[in-house]
Design a protein around this ligand. Sequence first.
Ligand SMILES: [Zn+2]
Ligand SMILES: [Zn+2]
Length: 154
Amino acid sequence: MYCSVHPNQPAVGYCQSCGGGLCYSCFHAWNPPTCQHCANVQFARQRSGNRGILVAAAVLFVIGVLFGLGSNSGLLVALAVGYVLAGFPAGWASLGSLVNRRGRTVFLILPIVGWLLLWVIRFALSPFVGIVALPIRIVAAIKGVKKADKALHG
Ligand SMILES: [Zn+2]
Ligand SMILES: [Zn+2]
């Protein structure tokens, strides 16, 4: 068995994604051990995912501002509406990870009604959580894009 990237090097391990052989230097390049090809695929996916988050936030912000301006409530209110709308997915995601971490066992006991209730509560809380979560999420997304860019080209 030889490294899938360096055919003249003996493999010391396997890529976690495709199962290809990894030589010593490839095995220690990424954690978990991943071949360069699979690492590039993952970084490309991470980059486009983070770009999607940024684009979605920008689009929602513009929609919110236009909606606010359309309702004739002044620029400041319009900007606030845009911000809250842009933050909604961030709030939704934050609440989701909270629920996933703490509530897995609770879900097994909850009937369908409990699920629905939880979704309604999550929906209602998302705008408020989003106000805090949006800047954190945007910074993380920009960092993610930069990191992936560096890994793919650097
Ligand atoms: Zn691989
Ligand atoms: Zn190698």
